[in-house]
Design a protein around this ligand. Structure first.
Ligand SMILES: [Zn+2]
Length: 180
């Protein structure tokens, strides 16, 4: 029995090594691509939609897949007036199941939903950044005194903290300008 591999075995080994190198190269490239893709227009420029300190009572929890459990937004401490986090056009305003909500299309593929919010605005209304769009209501999963903010970019939910930018001390989760 010879201990040195035959020529065909060597070729297989070389092919496997090449394959491994290719996979490693792809894995090295992919994360940086994902990072670049996870930077929607307007990131870091949105205004906190309520007065007072930035207090996150429920952080964003990305679902493992499109229909998986998670928290597709953040719940923040709020009291009364809710303001548009960025300029846009009201896309929807109404009651879904048990809570009133408002959805704003900010352009560039960014859509925000705020709930529970009682609003008089009608779809098509243009809102400026910081403009009052309604008042905090009750209903839905957010605790009483909390406002849920969901942000979709090209129909994919992302961590809204990415849009609000650098976070002062009051926040309860370790998020920075680049998200969580
Ligand atoms: Zn929520």
């Amino acid at each position: 029995m010879s201990s040195s591999p035959s020529a065909p075995t060597r070729r297989v080994r070389i092919t496997l090594l090449t394959l491994c190198a290719l996979i490693a190269a792809v894995l090295l490239v992919l994360p940086s691509r994902a990072e670049a893709a996870a930077d929607p227009p307007g990131a870091g420029t949105w205004l906190w939609p309520v007065a007072g300190g930035r207090t996150v009572v429920e952080p964003f929890r990305a679902p493992a897949h499109a229909y998986g459990p998670g928290h597709r937004g953040i719940d923040i401490a709020a009291d009364d007036v809710v303001r548009a986090p960025a300029a846009g056009v009201v896309a929807f305003r109404g009651t879904v199941v048990d809570r009133p909500l408002i959805t704003i299309d900010h352009g560039g593929g960014n859509v925000s939903t705020l709930e529970p919010v009682q609003s008089e605005l009608t779809p098509g209304t243009v809102v400026a950044q910081g403009e009052a769009i309604g008042t905090l209501s009750v209903g839905g999963h957010a605790a009483r005194g909390a406002l849920h903010i969901g942000v979709r970019w090209n129909d994919v939910y992302l961590n809204p903290m990415l849009m609000f930018g650098r976070v002062p001390r009051a926040v309860l989760i370790p998020c920075g300008a680049s998200g969580c």
